[in-house]
Write a protein that binds this ligand. Structure first.
Ligand SMILES: [Zn+2]
Length: 384
């Protein structure tokens, strides 16, 4: 097995290390710094990355890798999202929930797809639960799913959503307990991952459950909170009170979400209004069917490219690449207990994203394996 020696990149761990090297072997990062040398006589793949930016591979904590939807009829059921589209967007690790259709799409199916995507090259995790009450599971008990299935990092639920069944604060408290305590018993961090829809109550049920449960508020993750300005105001208060917020990067006016708060603007507002950055994450919600913004009435299968687009927008607003990247890497890793991901550090997985000076994807490695070169996928799923 060859050593990988990335030389002379501007390295953001996400902290800005300046110009440095990264040395990887066996799927892990062995060292980061200057004057690094692989062992004498070792087979080495060296890459001079002068004028390029090396970031942790992006983590997408809400993406539909098994396909989703059917919300507008069976023709809208999306297929599996190919791993080459995920990696080409700079994303090296994903966490996937069920979507609107949590009946013909199942937790066992999702876990099988996550296992397949991991075997194909990326790192894929999942949430148990979904858009039904009681929530769908593999074992019949959400806590048992979290406890006994390593790949499960939390329980997904849909709230304030006209097309999802209602959950009382008591129901939510039990699901949060299943996630947090199931995780604790398994020796991992797990969360209650709550899709928040358009209904007027917004975050209120989740807020009530935080108070009633006595569980750590940061384990309650509200996603899609930039979908409208009213929900966004609630989300800022929720995050200031200790909750975690996940912004959906494809909810943006130029993707047809005309009422959404653009994700970069939302991140900046949260950051500037005192929300601890570690409780802000970005996800794409891609893999689902979306109407083309051109008004043609046609659907397209969204990929996770809006995450990097959002990071570029943050950088244009004066945020450093390291700070921007942390919203899409280290924060999700810390929130979900993936301590070996989301950072360029000795011992961490060699999940790496090399960008051109303009912020375009150049190369991507997942666990040390080159997935994307010159912006094009070099590894594809078996059936792509
Ligand atoms: Zn979704």
């Amino acid at each position: 097995m060859a050593w990988l020696h990335i030389q002379n990149a501007r390295v953001f761990t996400p902290e800005d290390l300046g110009v440095a090297d990264a040395l990887c072997w066996g799927g892990r990062i062995v060292a980061v710094g200057t004057d690094l040398r692989p062992p004498p006589g070792a087979e080495v793949e060296a890459l001079n990355a002068k004028d390029r930016l090396l970031l942790p591979g992006l983590i997408d904590p809400h993406i539909h890798i098994m396909g989703a939807s059917g919300g507008n009829g069976p023709a809208c059921r999306t297929p599996d999202l190919p791993i080459s589209r995920i990696a080409s967007a700079g994303v090296t690790a994903v966490v996937s929930p069920l979507g609107t259709d949590s009946l013909s799409r199942t937790v066992p199916g999702l876990l099988a797809r996550a296992a397949a995507a991991t075997a194909e090259g990326i790192s894929a995790y999942a949430y148990t639960g979904g858009w039904r009450n009681p929530v769908p599971t593999l074992t019949g008990d959400p806590q048992a799913d979290v406890l006994f299935i390593d790949r499960v990092l939390g329980v997904k639920v849909a709230l304030a959503e006209p097309t999802a069944p209602p959950f009382s604060a008591h129901d939510l408290t039990l699901l949060a307990h299943a996630a947090v305590i199931g995780g604790r018993l398994a020796g991992k961090r797990a969360v209650l991952h709550a899709h928040i829809g358009d209904r007027a109550e917004g975050l209120q049920p989740l807020d009530d459950a935080v108070r009633a449960s006595g569980l750590p508020p940061d384990r309650f993750v509200a996603t899609h909170v930039n979908r409208n300005p009213r929900l966004w105001r609630q989300a800022l208060d929720f995050a200031k009170a200790g909750g975690s917020i996940d912004l959906t990067t494809q909810m943006r006016p130029d993707r047809g979400f005309t009422g959404a708060v653009p994700p970069a603007a939302a991140v900046l507002e949260a950051f500037n209004s005192g929300v601890p950055p570690g409780r802000i994450t970005l996800s794409s919600d891609s893999g689902s069917a979306h109407l083309r913004p051109d008004g043609s009435g046609a659907y397209y299968l969204a990929g996770p490219d809006t995450i990097l687009q959002t990071l570029r927008e943050l950088v244009r607003e004066g945020v450093s690449w390291g700070q921007a990247a942390s919203f899409a890497s280290r924060h999700a890793a810390d929130l979900l207990g993936l301590s070996h991901k989301g950072r360029i550090a000795e011992g961490a997985d060699a999940d790496l994203l090399l960008l051109t000076g303009d912020g375009d994807v150049d190369r991507v490695w997942c666990r040390g394996r080159l997935m994307v070169a010159d912006g094009n996928p070099v590894v594809k799923g078996h059936f792509e």
